[in-house]
Design a binder for this molecule. Structure first.
Ligand SMILES: Nc1ncnc2c1ncn2[C@@H]1O[C@H](COP(=O)(O)OP(=O)(O)OP(=O)(O)O)[C@@H](O)[C@H]1O
Length: 303
């Protein structure tokens, strides 16, 4: 479990992270979402003891990461896929890390296979595509077989097949009981990847909850209803306190009542219903709404 307690990081007068508190639990994939510049990378670096907080603390399973002698055996991280020596082969890069962290050398072959780079182990990293570098970064995080895994934008540069593979891998790692914490600035990337979300904007916490609860915060749920007696049903639903928007094709868009309540009311008033479709709020819409005030640079800012 990762516990972030009232974490603040200032660079001069600017606060990159402000009074941030949240918990990341094992057994789930938790998405760490926020627009560009929200403070995700700064927070991840503080989790790993690479940046010192101005105030507050982060513990991983009860202790700061810096106090963990087992290092890569306890926490695996991918922070920047480009941060590797291009002249080395993937195999040499991982072997150096295995040796310096006293990990068994056999892990090198295992993790290369695991990330689909089994045939590329002998090639120089300088010739790797961004997607291959991401896979190598994931292999590095897995090298120590750690219970806690942190990934900064791991889906960047992956093709659709690669994205599908990463999602499967993260779900499997979480199902094994590990803590999997994954950052992204795109809700679309997290939608089928994470079970829980920690959302930040301008360094502050916006939400820490399940994906389902997060979606429910956004645009209100609406229901499409189609009926030959649109005028009658509109009156019935409005009397019940719903907001009803009529359309020319005998359909209504209703907010403020559930689909089942609308169906019951139509039945009680003998109004035939030809369609009743609930529309849940899109996650993207919820994310845009909640972070709208936190975007550092929006289109139209340039003058
Ligand atoms: N070393 C630094 N010196 C000064 N300001 C910094 C430094 N590192 C980060 N910042 C600022 O802190 C804020 C948070 O940056 P950070 O990289 O953590 O955001 P992020 O959410 O990871 O963004 P992105 O999705 O663009 O990577 C930004 O405004 C950034 O400009």
């Amino acid at each position: 479990m990762i516990e972030v307690n009232e974490l603040t990081k200032r660079y001069g007068p600017k606060a990159a992270v402000s009074d941030l508190s949240f918990t990341v639990r094992p057994g789930h994939v938790t998405g760490f979402l926020g627009p560009n510049g929200a403070g995700k990378s700064t927070t991840l670096r503080m989790m790993l003891g690479l940046h010192h907080p101005t105030s507050g603390s982060v513990t991983i399973d009860g202790r700061p990461f810096a106090d963990r002698p087992r290092g890569m055996r306890h926490v695996g991280a991918l922070l920047d896929a480009h941060d590797v020596h291009g002249g080395r082969t993937a195999q040499a890069h991982l072997t150096a890390l295995a040796v310096s962290n006293r990990l068994p050398r056999r892990r090198v072959g295992e993790v290369l296979e695991e990330v689909g780079l089994g045939d590329a182990g002998g090639r120089r990293i300088g010739g790797f595509s961004l997607g291959m570098k991401q896979r190598l970064g994931i292999a590095t995080a897995l090298l120590g077989d750690p219970p806690v895994l942190l990934f900064d934008e791991p889906l960047n540069g992956l093709d659709p097949e690669g994205v599908k593979w990463v999602r499967g891998l993260f779900h499997r790692l979480a199902a094994e009981g590990r803590t999997v914490f994954v950052s992204s600035h795109l809700m679309s990337e997290m939608e089928n990847t994470a079970d829980f979300l920690v959302v930040i904007g301008k360094g502050r916490l916006i939400a820490a909850e399940s994906l389902k609860d997060f979606a429910a915060r956004g645009t209100r749920q609406s229901v499409s209803v189609r009926t030959p007696d649109a005028a009658v049903l509109r009156t019935v639903l409005t009397d019940e306190g719903a907001h009803v928007e009529p359309h020319t094709d005998n359909s209504l868009t209703v907010t403020g009542l559930s689909a089942s309540r609308i169906g019951d009311l139509a039945f009680q008033n003998m109004v035939p219903v030809h369609e009743l479709t609930p529309h849940t709020a899109s996650l993207e819409a919820a994310f845009m709404e909640l972070t709208a005030d936190s975007v550092e640079y929006a289109a139209g800012d340039a003058r």
